[in-house]
Design a protein around this ligand. Structure first.
Ligand SMILES: *[C@@H]1O[C@H](CO)[C@@H](O)[C@H](O)[C@H]1NC(C)=O
Ligand SMILES: *[C@@H]1O[C@H](CO)[C@@H](O)[C@H](O)[C@H]1NC(C)=O
Ligand SMILES: *[C@@H]1O[C@H](CO)[C@@H](O)[C@H](O)[C@H]1NC(C)=O
Ligand SMILES: *[C@@H]1O[C@H](CO)[C@@H](O)[C@H](O)[C@H]1NC(C)=O
Ligand SMILES: *[C@@H]1O[C@H](CO)[C@@H](O)[C@H](O)[C@H]1NC(C)=O
Length: 448
């Protein structure tokens, strides 16, 4: 009797709780799908015109790429002015999906004021099941505020400002042409003790011959020889290295799928760094190539990326996202002639991509995954193989025009050489390529 009674009240409380949850979600306009969007008009903008900044020093302006939001589980990465949406400030962040609460933007203005507005939270749609996810925090500004730095707080009060850590706001000037670079490669992530020096140097040197000016890499950790090569390229000016110590803040996953690989965050935060790379280079580079460290986006009918993009863009003026198919060259199959089995490369750690000329054929009913060349000014949010939000159109480039040369473990490992396609595209660059690779390996101390 007593038992039935407590069971009844238990179910009654459950039902009540459910109703309360729904009411809460309706009042705060939380969509039932789970993504939280806080609409700024619920609270309106609050301006604090009287906060005097003259005694505050810039010591709390951070250059770090990962900054915890105080008293929350979230992290700030970087802040950009987005000229496409009225100069709203977009903060790229890493957001714990279940830590849902109202957040405030505290914006430092040149006018010696702080503007406090309610943050709009836009969680990217591709979280692959991980608890942490790339998220845009959007801060509306006011024409009266020329914003220079920003932070996020759970408190709308400005009294703690001297203790807050602010991010500089980048991209304050908009540009539509005369970019510093035409082609920049974004390599989202370097982690573990990755020491594949030969493939890395060969890849960068091929890319230089194809006409790229800059490579951006997010570094969590790497092997000792690769570290030397990275430092060489940084001094030479090809490489921008951004430190990405994500493992000091979270338990990043080594894989892309939560069910399988566990951890807090997809693949060392690859999605976050890719999105950061787009905004960081929005007004520096005409095009960005988004690919992994062991992939080369290779034109097959043009000598350079410049000529490829000139043609593609002329034929498709509204396209800002070009999808390029990935094709596997198994590292287990070698060219029989040994033509590029060079003595000086034997002791260099890593794969010699010039020796792997066998390409796996397309499979029936299997869609080759893609990587991208983008016009960053047309992209709002990206995933790895396609973009999530953009302004213009997308084109899947035919593999005969451009494909990714990806030397790695085979996908179709049972196929023999006779069943693969001989593809010596890389050899066309040998005359310049081999001496350039040697020069880098020598100057960076790998031959010592
Ligand atoms: C933020 O910007 C304002 C206005 O430019 C400036 O006075 C203030 O020192 C900056 N704050 C930090 C922490 O850099
Ligand atoms: C917000 O800041 C005020 C003033 O410092 C403080 O009194 C209040 O407790 C804070 N609220 C929260 C939620 O931290
Ligand atoms: C970029 O391409 C244009 C032609 O489209 C060329 O005039 C310019 O010199 C190139 N810039 C760089 C940095 O290579
Ligand atoms: C990459 O990160 C590791 C770990 O923080 C560091 O030891 C190494 O020097 C970094 N390499 C470069 C080239 O920045
Ligand atoms: C490395 O460079 C030095 C000095 O320029 C040169 O004497 C040497 O032959 C080079 N070594 C190799 C293996 O290319």
């Amino acid at each position: 009797m007593e038992n039935t009674c407590s069971r009844k009240s238990f179910f009654l409380s459950l039902i009540l709780l459910g109703i309360m949850c729904i009411i809460y979600r309706i009042v705060y306009k939380i969509p039932l799908g789970g993504n939280l969007t806080i609409y700024p008009h619920l609270w309106g903008n609050i301006l604090h015109p009287t906060v005097d900044l003259s005694n505050q020093h810039v010591k709390n302006l951070t250059e770090q790429n990962i900054t915890p939001i105080k008293d929350t589980k979230h992290f700030l990465v970087s802040a950009y002015k987005d000229h496409r949406i009225d100069g709203t400030i977009r903060i790229i962040s890493i957001f714990r999906r279940d830590d849902v609460r109202r957040l405030y933007c505290i914006i430092g203005c040149v006018q010696q004021e702080y503007l406090v507005t309610v943050t709009e939270v836009d969680i990217h749609s591709d979280h692959f099941g991980f608890p942490y996810q790339t998220t845009d925090l959007l801060c509306k500004t006011d024409p009266k505020c020329d914003a220079t730095n920003v932070t996020i707080s759970i408190n709308r009060s400005t009294s703690d400002i001297p203790d807050m850590v602010f991010l500089p706001i980048r991209n304050r000037e908009r540009k539509e042409h005369n970019f510093k670079h035409n082609f920049t490669v974004c390599i989202s992530n370097l982690f573990g003790s990755y020491n594949n020096v030969l493939q890395f140097v060969q890849t960068i040197e091929v890319y230089k011959l194809l006409g790229i000016q800059k490579v951006v890499i997010y570094n969590t950790s790497c092997g000792p020889d690769l570290d030397k090569v990275l430092q060489y390229y940084r001094e030479e000016g090809t490489l921008e290295i951004l430190q990405w110590p994500i493992d000091q803040f979270l338990n990043p996953s080594k894989g892309w799928n939560f069910e399988q690989h566990k951890g807090d965050l997809h693949y060392y935060g690859q999605l976050t760094t890719l999105n950061d790379c787009i905004y960081r280079n929005m007004y520096r580079s005409k095009y960005l190539l988004l690919n992994d460290i062991d992939e080369i986006i290779m034109p097959y009918q043009h000598a350079t990326l410049e000529h490829l993009l000139e043609d593609l863009q002329r034929q498709n003026p509204t396209v800002g996202v070009f999808l390029i198919e990935n094709h596997i060259f198994p590292k287990t199959l070698f060219d029989d002639t040994g033509r590029f089995h060079l003595a000086q490369w034997e002791k260099v750690p890593g794969i010699n991509i010039m020796e792997h000329i066998y390409r796996e054929p397309d499979r029936k009913h299997v869609y080759n995954p893609t990587k991208m060349i983008i016009n960053p000014r047309q992209v709002v949010q990206t995933s790895v193989h396609s973009v999530l939000k953009n302004y213009g159109d997308t084109l899947r480039v035919p593999a005969g025009v451009s494909r990714i040369v990806h030397v790695r473990v085979p996908l179709q490992g049972t196929l023999t050489k006779e069943q693969l396609i001989v593809d010596t595209k890389l050899w066309e660059y040998q005359e310049d390529l081999v001496p350039n690779i040697d020069s880098v390996l020598n100057k960076s101390g790998i031959y010592d």
